[in-house]
Ligand binder design. Structure first.
Ligand SMILES: Cc1cc2nc3c(=O)[nH]c(=O)nc-3n(C[C@H](O)[C@H](O)[C@H](O)COP(=O)(O)OP(=O)(O)OC[C@H]3O[C@@H](n4cnc5c(N)ncnc54)[C@H](O)[C@@H]3O)c2cc1C
Ligand SMILES: *[C@@H]1O[C@H](CO)[C@@H](O)[C@H](O)[C@H]1NC(C)=O
Ligand SMILES: *[C@@H]1O[C@H](CO)[C@@H](O)[C@H](O)[C@H]1NC(C)=O
Ligand SMILES: *[C@@H]1O[C@H](CO)[C@@H](O)[C@H](O)[C@H]1NC(C)=O
Ligand SMILES: *[C@@H]1O[C@H](CO)[C@@H](O)[C@H](O)[C@H]1NC(C)=O
Ligand SMILES: *[C@@H]1O[C@H](CO)[C@@H](O)[C@H](O)[C@H]1NC(C)=O
Ligand SMILES: *[C@@H]1O[C@H](CO)[C@@H](O)[C@H](O)[C@H]1NC(C)=O
Ligand SMILES: *[C@@H]1O[C@H](CO)[C@@H](O)[C@H](O)[C@H]1NC(C)=O
Ligand SMILES: *[C@@H]1O[C@H](CO)[C@@H](O)[C@H](O)[C@H]1NC(C)=O
Ligand SMILES: *[C@@H]1O[C@H](CO)[C@@H](O)[C@H](O)[C@H]1NC(C)=O
Length: 489
């Protein structure tokens, strides 16, 4: 393979210089330049790393995303296996100005955020989970999914603050914020980072801790703007067995659930979390509630909710890892469908959510029988932002905002624009409903890990945008990370 690409690369340069009508029909000069970069990378890497081309199975898994709507066919993929090789790759991509993407768990739903037609980097070989009981931390490789991390930690008696669906990646979730079952107790995932091992955009390898003022601020919410993270050092917390699961309810229980939720929130029990999902699928509206309590026996916080008869589902004493696995198979799977998400806040406008999901769900379903329109309300404790210091996200810690994730699943690619438009319209409608309701949401930050492409930076990072732009210019004057997609400062 290396020899073939080498020859192709040499040939490419000849073509770019002298042109060839037949070949340029198949490969335009920009495609050939990318192949050339792939070759350069392959030559520079140590034995720990590898470059793959289509149709190798490694290539296919490197470009794969949770939803096919955010998977793109890159020219090649590279699996770095050492920090030094990540550094080498970034230097080559920067000097050749080649577009690229960095993927951890591949759960970004915006096309181009962790996918590319250029060079796809998959971090999967950074797969170590190491408990350090002396420092009270867990070192976690930047290519792991939360399912892998929880499975490894299951027998250790400690846990970290991370995702609620197994396939979501450690890197995207932690670099973007990270709402967890443990968030009311310990804050966001980014509030529970003790350090990062980072390859800067110019290839310099560094460790970032709270003493690095600007990078520490920027990495906590700044996603891929400041380089490629290879390792996270996460604070650990004791973990016993937990109580949790999922129940589904009939539509005529809506009012009862709404009332019980208000009551649930007023109890301020930080060990308790619920995710309430309103969805429209197969011509029907349904309600699901995911329950979590951080002990084998819950307090009385769920009493009102549990009095409401469920139609199916089950809740039990189990390990944390088991809960995440079971929720993922029940509700966290895209089943090969296309997916976009958008973030709004304020579970308080419950009726507006119900109305939007029903009406807009039915309309979208008429266009594609695979449509599921859902809204997941995530009421956390009011003090959720009190567990950390200033960070890129959230822009204002004095003000609690609870993200709601609105999502559409569909199958017909001709509806890509329609679904994105509907999603934005639904979130705008809910925002208006919240304002009408008298809520102070004008400056509420949208959670960028749930935000639809095209959302203005100011809506997510608020007054932090200016500082983040300055840090970006200082850290990445050549704009190497601008060659990768995503929210850009
Ligand atoms: C089914 C589902 C469940 C979800 N559940 C939750 C949840 O419980 N809580 C929550 O807060 N969010 C949740 N999310 C949102 C999730 O946090 C984001 O989609 C997140 O970006 C996914 O991370 P990833 O590593 O899987 O994504 P990827 O698509 O691999 O990457 C996302 C972004 O991170 C960047 N990135 C990846 N690796 C690196 C790296 N090593 N260095 C620098 N940049 C990197 C990418 O370039 C990209 O911009 C969920 C999303 C889905 C689809
Ligand atoms: C050449 O390929 C690049 C990358 O795939 C693409 O963005 C560009 O539009 C193509 N140009 C032409 C003229 O086809
Ligand atoms: C971690 O990655 C290495 C290198 O790709 C691989 O050999 C090893 O099997 C992986 N370990 C696990 C637990 O997946
Ligand atoms: C980063 O810290 C690790 C220990 O966690 C150390 O092995 C490594 O040498 C440090 N790297 C740099 C560039 O300081
Ligand atoms: C819960 O917290 C809110 C806001 O901090 C407070 O107003 C309320 O009194 C608390 N309720 C209980 C039962 O502690
Ligand atoms: C738990 O509920 C789910 C959803 O109804 C169902 O698929 C599963 O079989 C149930 N498990 C048990 C052990 O009852
Ligand atoms: C629904 O999606 C599945 C999986 O992508 C696909 O095979 C099927 O054709 C789709 N059905 C319709 C009606 O579009
Ligand atoms: C997808 O939508 C287009 C345009 O509405 C339609 O022509 C096509 O039949 C649809 N495909 C499927 C599989 O339903
Ligand atoms: C939603 O879209 C409709 C047109 O389809 C428009 O009339 C309405 O104003 C939009 N709502 C918002 C809040 O943008
Ligand atoms: C790489 O970037 C860092 C951060 O801006 C800077 O401190 C360092 O001097 C740069 N290294 C080189 C070799 O340019």
């Amino acid at each position: 393979m290396a020899l073939t690409t080498f020859l192709l690369c040499a040939f490419t340069l000849t073509l770019i210089l002298y042109g060839s009508p037949e070949t340029s029909e198949k490969h335009n000069s920009s495609d050939l330049r990318v192949l050339c970069t792939c070759n350069k990378i392959a030559e520079a890497l140590s034995g720990a790393s590898q470059v793959f081309f289509p149709p190798a199975s490694e290539y296919l898994s490197d470009i794969e995303h949770a939803a096919p709507s955010s998977t793109e066919a890159s020219a090649c993929s590279v699996e770095p296996g050492s920090v030094e090789d990540v550094s080498e790759i970034l230097r080559i991509l920067g000097s050749t100005r080649t577009t690229f993407a960095v993927k951890c768990g591949g759960h970004a739903t915006n096309p181009g955020f962790s996918s590319t037609t250029g060079v796809q980097i998959s971090m999967s070989r950074f797969n170590e989970t190491k408990v350090n009981s002396i420092s009270g931390t867990v070192e976690v490789g930047a290519g792991l999914t939360w399912g892998q991390v929880y499975a490894t930690l299951e027998s250790t008696g400690v846990n970290v603050v991370g995702g609620r669906v197994a396939g979501v990646g450690v890197a995207g979730l932690t670099l973007g914020g990270g709402y967890s079952f443990l968030t009311s107790q310990y804050g966001l995932a980014l509030d529970n980072v003790a350090g990062y091992e980072l390859v800067l955009p110019n290839g310099t390898i560094t460790n970032v801790t709270s003493t690095d003022r600007d990078l520490w601020f920027g990495l906590r919410g700044g996603l891929n703007n400041f380089g490629i993270v290879t390792k996270f050092v996460l604070k650990s917390h004791p973990q016993s067995e937990i109580w949790g699961g999922l129940y589904f309810y009939a539509e005529n229980q809506l009012d009862a659930i709404k009332g019980a939720l208000v009551d649930f929130q007023q109890k301020n029990d930080t060990k308790a979390e619920v995710i309430v999902t309103l969805s429209y699928s197969s011509g029907q509206f349904s309600i699901g509630v995911a329950y979590f309590y951080d002990a084998p026996t819950p307090s009385r916080v769920f009493d009102d909710l549990l009095d409401i008869p469920a139609t199916e589902g089950n809740v039990s004493i189990r390990s944390f890892s088991d809960l995440v696995q079971s929720l993922s198979s029940l509700v966290g799977n895209t089943n090969g469908l296309r997916l976009v998400v958008q973030s709004v806040y304020s579970p308080a406008v419950f009726d507006a959510f119900v109305n939007q999901i029903k009406v807009r769900g039915a309309r979208l379903w008429a266009l594609d029988k695979n449509v599921t329109l859902g809204a997941s309300l995530e009421p956390f404790d009011e003090g959720l932002f009190s567990h950390g210091s200033d960070s890129a996200y959230p822009p204002d810690r004095s003000y609690a905002v609870f993200p709601t994730d609105i999502s559409v699943l569909w199958s017909n690619a001709s509806l890509d624009k329609t679904t994105a438009f509907a999603l934005r319209n639904i979130s705008d409608t809910i925002h208006e409903a919240a304002l009408t309701d008298g809520q102070n949401v004008r400056h509420a930050a949208v959670y960028m890990n749930y935000a639809l492409f095209g959302t203005p930076l100011e809506d997510m990072y608020g007054e932090n945008v200016e500082r983040l732009r300055k840090i970006r210019v200082a850290i990445d004057p050549e704009d190497v990370m601008g060659l990768a997609g995503g929210w850009k400062f």
